[in-house]
Write a protein that binds this ligand. Structure first.
Ligand SMILES: [Ca+2]
Ligand SMILES: [Ca+2]
Length: 459
């Protein structure tokens, strides 16, 4: 199965009618776009549009006719968690733990929660978190996402009850707010901006937009990730597993069972192909990642994003430590022979011309006729048989001793030492970028991991 079939011309205003336009083809007329919207958005929106269909010529016109939806949605994550866990989950799906900022927001928020009253902490009146906390300063309620103190409040009379234990916001059944312990297990709700999305990587998508998914509504009682095209990632309740489906053909493409049922398919997971998938037979494993990380950032296994400078820098920066996994620099294929030197330019014999830097004349002993010198010898060469990962663009990358053992290196031998000895110099091997790095394919699950190719090596 290949994902290069781009029959869509309307993808660039996906913000407005993402789901509705999934199955619209190139030949679609504006009129039939409206009919499709009528079907998907419901007759009440169609009535607003209908009177103006005559004039529809291009997508700009259509753009102006579409009903304006709010730029965000509330999305209940209907599993109970502690406050910090609910906060983190919203972050990793590229959203924030919801904090209604007006009466209108609060109304929408409460309406969203009502659908899950029977699911979240059944039997308790305390069911839902709100993303506010007074942990830093008692009585000063701040938005946990921005740390800015909130202006709109909707606490029940007599609430918050106060104290250093009750530091997180919760919603009561009537929609009014109260305070609770941040260790209480309640459902969180994410505030999802329409412009924010996640990338699904690891499939043979040929178009960037095919990788984009966003939280949009519920299926099987849990949030669904809707692709900008016709793919969805949904919770399959009877099988208790996540499924990647093609809604156009109604086929399940891959599935994932997570041991922790509360977990979402965010970050890197090994899925199972439910059909022939990108050349892999049914039943084979397919690593897929779902995360907000754009191409220029590294994705921790958990789905959090890091700047590349933290990748392989000998410190754990991801909570799961995955930024220090697979940090090998040297890539060689099976034809590589470490006892053979690389060829020189135009296939000549490699000639090494070392540069010598004298750093210190430590001692001159004219009685014993000896000189004590400190110096370094730096031969530089190019080995086109090797590729390298994780190279820094603005400074040399050190190759660990373990890896230097597997590659050809010149031996620099110093003779005529005091007493007639000879000595092999201590060596440090660094790699310097000699040309532009080659990035992995756009949809690669390792996108952002490997970079660099065919560089010079110095000793
Ligand atoms: Ca408090
Ligand atoms: Ca690191």
């Amino acid at each position: 199965m290949e994902f290069g079939d781009t029959n869509f011309t309307f993808i660039d205003f996906e913000e407005l009618c993402n789901i509705s336009l999934h199955s619209i083809k190139t030949s679609t007329t504006p009129r039939s776009v409206l009919l499709k919207l009528h079907f998907d958005l419901g007759p009440e929106h169609f009535m607003k549009l209908e009177g103006k269909t005559r004039q529809l010529k291009d997508k700009e016109v259509l753009h102006t006719l579409l009903p304006r939806r709010p730029s965000y949605r509330y999305q209940v994550m209907p599993e109970i968690r502690k406050f910090q866990e609910a906060f983190t989950l919203c972050q990793v799906v590229n959203s924030s733990l919801a904090v209604p900022a007006s009466q209108y927001d609060d109304l929408r928020f409460h309406q969203e929660l009502q659908q899950f009253e029977d699911v979240c902490q059944p039997g308790s009146i305390y069911k839902f978190y709100i993303g506010i906390t007074d942990e830093d300063q008692e009585g000063v309620w701040r938005d946990a996402n921005t740390q800015i103190s909130i202006t709109y409040k909707n606490f029940k009379p007599g609430h918050p009850r106060g104290g250093s234990v009750l530091n997180c916001g919760q919603v009561l059944p009537d929609g009014l707010w109260s305070d609770t312990s941040c260790q209480t297990e309640l459902c969180g709700t994410c505030h999802v901006e329409a412009t924010e999305f996640l990338y699904l990587r690891g499939l043979c998508f040929k178009v960037d937009n095919m990788m984009k998914f966003r939280l949009g509504g519920y299926m099987g009682g849990r949030p669904v990730f809707r692709g900008f095209y016709f793919y969805v990632i949904l919770w399959e309740e009877s099988g208790q597993r996540w499924e990647l489906r093609n809604t156009e053909t109604n086929e399940t493409m891959a599935w994932l069972v997570l041991l922790d049922l509360k977990q979402y398919p965010i970050g890197l997971h090994v899925w199972t192909a439910a059909m022939l998938l990108c050349g892999k037979p049914q039943g084979s494993t397919v690593p897929l990642s779902l995360s907000p990380c754009p191409d220029d950032r590294f994705m921790c296994k958990s789905g959090f994003c890091l700047d590349h400078e933290y990748r392989c820098n000998f410190r754990f920066d991801c909570q799961d430590g995955s930024d220090e996994d697979d940090c090998g620099v040297v890539v060689k294929d099976s034809t590589y022979r470490s006892h053979l030197p690389p060829r020189g330019p135009q296939d000549t014999t490699l000639l090494l011309t070392p540069s010598i830097t004298l750093t210190r004349i430590a001692n001159i002993d004219d009685i014993r006729m000896t000189l004590n010198l400190e110096f370094s010898v730096s031969p530089t060469w190019r080995d086109d048989r090797l590729d390298f990962n994780h190279l820094h663009s603005d400074f040399d990358t050190l190759i660990q001793e373990e890896e230097t053992k597997g590659i050809w290196l010149p031996r620099v031998l110093l003779v005529n030492l005091e007493g007639g000895e000879s000595k092999v110099l201590d060596q440090t091997v660094v790699v310097r970028t000699a040309n532009q790095p080659v990035l992995p394919p756009v949809a690669s699950v390792k996108r952002g991991k490997a970079e660099g190719q065919r560089q010079s090596v110095c000793v």
